[in-house]
Design a binder for this molecule. Structure first.
Ligand code: PLP
Length: 386
């Protein structure tokens, strides 16, 4: 009966709104046609608004990792010194991408669950004045940490280096006005807060990044060479056959975000975060990220006794899918995604299901405590809005 019923509360892929699903059923069109160029031009204009940049946004068939590769391969030149900041599993992957280039990579590996320390980044940049590119993950999805992009961008700019930010799981959910903060490249993927299926990577380039890409050598990757994407954008075209259906879906998703308003979308994500965190605390569980300032707006991570079993009960009994931990946090935590097409009632449902799974797996708590705390956060926020 419920074979296809799945409530996705993982940090991506996220639920796809019916409007987006319908948009993707648009009849296929030729990608070298005027119709496609108009579609891409419209999408490109909305993306510039959303990334808050006067630069360009490459729309690439690939996932977030493809976008990161495109950014690194196009911005990092042979022999460059790169500072790769890692605060978890995704930061480690970003570092690994840089290591596959002919760059000289300095790693800053931070303790899992903690954000990168701005003073430490400043110290390394001061020590190695030839660092050309800095890599930073905005929301580290493996730990739920939100790094301070604004302050790190400020320092990076001071030392004349380029900053590439992995915003795969933070884009739309958390503020990241790239031009205002002097971020050179921002990368995201379709299957997170944009509410699309996986398969699109978006790489936004500031005017400074565009100059570097244009004037630099051809990237070592043929497919992911941003120079080719950037050149095509002048004629609203892509270098290779684009995923047309996903781009129709993207147009719809961007319209929906415009309709809600970016600031309101960010307020909504913040509220979902606060409801979830209050609920978790009221259940007597520990959050991986204690400091509110470094807590992600899009994914909440929680230490849970018998975490894998809790995930199983939530899925098998209640059809709600949350994620387990990765690497050193495997079996110790659960990760609850609250990004994209998600509202307050979704989080109440998720917290209620989590309570049931906890009690079923032997955890002692008063049923309803977490839901109640989240309801209070919701009511407080809606009273102060009214
Ligand atoms: C922060 C971050 N970076 C990179 C990725 C990799 O993206 P993809 O799996 O779309 O290649 C993810 C995916 O969850 C992510 O959360």
């Amino acid at each position: 009966m419920f074979e296809e019923k799945t409530v996705l509360r993982i940090p991506g892929p996220t639920p796809v709104p019916p409007e987006v699903t319908r948009a993707m059923t648009h009849a296929m069109i030729g990608h070298r046609s005027g119709d496609f160029s108009s579609l891409l031009a419209e999408v490109e204009a909305s993306l510039r608004d959303l990334f808050q940049t006067s630069g360009d946004v490459a729309v690439i068939a690939g996932t977030g990792t493809g976008g990161l590769e495109a950014a690194v391969y196009s911005m990092v030149h042979a022999g460059d010194r790169v500072l790769a900041i890692s605060t978890g599993n995704f930061g480690d992957r970003f570092t690994e991408i840089a290591r596959r280039t002919e760059a000289d990579v300095i790693s800053l590996n931070c303790e899992w669950g903690q954000p990168a320390k701005v003073e430490e980044v400043a110290r390394i940049l001061a020590e190695h004045s030839d660092i050309r590119v800095v890599l930073l993950t905005h929301c580290e999805t493996s730990t739920g940490v939100l790094n301070n992009v604004q302050q790190i961008a400020h320092i990076t700019q001071e030392y004349g280096a380029y900053l590439i930010v992995d915003a795969v799981s933070s884009f739309v959910g958390s503020p990241l006005p790239m031009d205002e903060w002097n971020v050179d490249v921002v990368v995201t993927g379709s299957q997170k807060a944009l509410g699309l299926p996986p398969g699109l990577a978006l790489v936004a380039m500031s005017s400074r990044a565009i100059e570097r890409v244009k004037n630099g050598p051809a990237a070592r990757s043929f497919y992911f060479d941003l120079k080719r994407y950037q050149k095509g954008l002048g004629d609203s075209t892509t270098p290779w056959t684009p995923p047309v259906s996903l781009i129709y879906g993207l147009r719809e998703s961007l319209l929906m975000i415009q309709e809600e308003g970016l600031q309101q979308a960010q307020r909504r994500h913040r509220l979902l975060r606060d409801m979830t965190r209050a609920g978790i605390r009221a259940m007597g569980l520990s959050l991986v990220v204690n400091d509110e300032k470094s807590a992600s707006d899009t994914v909440t991570t929680v230490f849970v006794p018998d975490a894998d079993q809790v995930c199983k009960v939530m899925k098998n009994d209640l059809h709600i899918v949350v994620a387990g931990g990765q690497k050193q946090l495997s079996g110790k935590i659960i990760r609850i995604g609250h990004m994209g097409y998600v509202d307050a009632s979704d989080m109440l449902q998720c917290l209620a299901a989590l309570e049931i799974a906890l009690v079923k797996t032997g955890y002692k708590m008063e049923l309803g405590a977490g839901v109640r705390a989240a309801q209070e956060v919701y009511l407080h926020a809606s009273n102060s809005r009214d």
